[in-house]
Design a protein around this ligand. Structure first.
Ligand code: BTN
Length: 294
């Protein structure tokens, strides 16, 4: 482990194990560059950079249990057991951004946590679209899309001691500077990468994207803590392709609900109007678009 002091920000690089592909060593994130682009006071003040780890969310949970400071971020160049929503595995090769941020929103009612997932999506969409000529969209609850294909996703995990909330891990995976061919074959029809969506001449900086995400996470987290939920929702709606779409939402088991997505409520739950005119509020589920937007 190498440890250094950079203007009060602690930089740590831990290299555990070998790179999956040693030719990709030049893909190692430059954490100095990330920190030069940060404007935050607590998010990303400490960044733990791992060459490879099973899952940054798992690593972040361990750090939380050890009593790390709020805002600590964990990034890995490669995850070997990355986790997605609904117990899916998350393929995490070099060139992507595999990130977890530890928050300790003491006193926040747990029912407001889904708003932090929406906020994380906004942070990713804003950071990428302010740096590159691409339109990034958000699909409820946690998908980040370009041209209707999945660029990334969010897996937030709350950690409790009994009924008390110890913290929340914001997990984010983004397929950034890697060709589509580096993704698993069965993902290649439904997923995309930023590299695929940009002309070859455009250089991608995972560092600048990461710094932008951390800056926005801090801003949006402050909105959440100060009760300005509507502002988070308004920002999410600006990027969302869900509202106004016909959707099918997978609920528990084989249950599906079909209808028109008409909005999200003040807690980030999706409101779906079914064909009989009734409105259903859905806290969690997997959402499919029945008709392509646009
Ligand atoms: C999804 O299913 O869409 C969510 C994917 C979230 C993946 C990220 S990558 C960083 C963090 N660590 C994990 O193991 N998962 C999340």
């Amino acid at each position: 482990m190498v440890e250094d002091e950079h203007g009060g920000r602690r930089l740590e690089v831990r290299v555990r194990g070998d790179f999956i592909d040693s030719n990709n060593q030049n893909k190692l994130l430059d954490i100095d560059l990330v920190q030069q682009n940060l404007t935050t006071s607590k998010i990303g003040k400490r960044i733990i950079h791992l060459a490879t780890t099973p899952s940054t969310n798992t690593e972040a949970k361990e750090l939380l249990a050890e009593g790390c400071e709020e805002g600590t971020a964990v990034v890995a160049d490669v995850q070997t057991e990355g986790r997605g929503r609904l117990q899916r595995t998350w393929y995490s090769p070099p060139g992507g951004l595999w990130l977890s941020v530890i928050l300790k929103p003491s006193g926040l009612q747990p029912e407001k946590l889904p708003l932090m997932s929406l906020a994380a999506g906004v942070a990713a969409a804003k950071s990428i679209s302010s740096l590159y000529p691409v339109e990034v969209h958000l699909k409820w609850p946690n998908d980040i899309l370009i041209t209707s294909k999945k660029l990334g996703g969010i897996l937030n995990e709350a950690v409790y001691s009994g009924t008390e909330l110890d913290g929340v891990i914001i997990g984010m995976g983004l397929n950034l500077d890697l060709p589509l061919g580096d993704l698993e074959e069965d993902l290649q029809n439904t997923a995309t990468t930023l590299r695929t969506e940009l002309p070859e001449s455009v250089e991608i900086s995972n560092e600048k994207i990461l710094a932008g995400i951390l800056n926005h996470i801090e801003r949006l987290y402050d909105l959440l803590i100060s009760g300005k939920h509507n502002e988070i929702i308004k920002e999410w709606e600006r990027y969302s392709t869900t509202i106004g779409s016909r959707v099918s939402v997978n609920l528990d088991g084989d249950n599906k609900l079909k209808g028109e997505a008409v909005g999200v409520d003040e807690l980030g739950a999706l409101m779906v109007k079914t064909d009989d005119g009734s409105i259903h509020t859905i806290l969690a589920g997997d959402c499919l678009y029945l008709i392509e937007e646009g």
